[in-house]
Design a protein around this ligand. Structure first.
Ligand SMILES: [Zn+2]
Length: 206
């Protein structure tokens, strides 16, 4: 039999009391799932442990932590997370759009090289790395189909362009990660934990 992690948020539950929310949910699960110990619900959860000092920047991060830190037949654990702010994060969107556009640029490089290689007059193309002769009509990707050399159909200028685009892409991802890390740290520092919803998680049999 396997296990799964189940969640219950007080944000949706009404009463802002995790102990009561847990009791109510366990009662409801017992009524619904009966005595089935593999119902994948809170019904057979022995108890609840509150972690009032644990505040996560969003529900997804809280879920990941609960999945890691609860065990089958162990107690349910309640932590807090920041509710979604009402303001759209335009800076995040801007950086995300930049990363996406650069990703599309990196993904387009191979197909454009393949199209050029296939339109060449020569019937075969020789790989500089392994010496294989590949029929021009059979070139389907930028790497050599025999040895996998990434530079198979690249000129020096193509390679410089690929490296430049990849470097720009990596840089944009780092800027996005840095921005999110600083933003999240600021959000957590400014948060009022007593106003944040609880998330109860338990790993149960299924
Ligand atoms: Zn090769």
């Amino acid at each position: 039999m396997g296990s799964t992690t189940v969640y219950h948020s007080t944000e949706l539950a009404g009463p802002f009391d995790p102990a009561k929310a847990f009791e109510d949910r366990r009662e409801a699960d017992r009524a619904y799932h009966g005595s089935d110990p593999y119902g994948g619900s809170f019904a057979h959860c022995p108890s609840l442990v509150l972690k009032p000092d644990l505040l996560f920047v969003n529900r997804a991060v809280a879920e990941a932590w609960l999945e890691e830190n609860t065990r089958k037949r162990g107690p349910a654990v309640a932590v807090r997370y920041l509710p979604q702010g009402p303001d759209p994060d335009t800076k995040d969107k801007e950086l995300r759009d930049e990363v996406r556009a650069l990703f599309r640029d990196t993904a387009a490089l191979g197909p454009s090289l393949v199209a050029r290689a296939r339109s060449a007059k020569a019937r075969t193309r020789r790989c500089r790395a392994c010496g294989s002769g590949i029929a021009t009509a059979h070139i389907k990707e930028a790497a050599c189909p025999v040895c996998g050399d990434a530079g198979f159909i690249e000129t020096k200028a193509d390679r410089a362009r690929r490296e430049a685009i990849h470097a720009t892409f990596r840089d944009a991802r780092i800027r996005l990660d840095d921005y999110r890390r600083d933003r999240d740290a600021k959000r957590l520092a400014e948060a009022r934990p007593e106003e944040c919803p609880w998330l109860i998680g338990a790993t149960v049999a299924c």
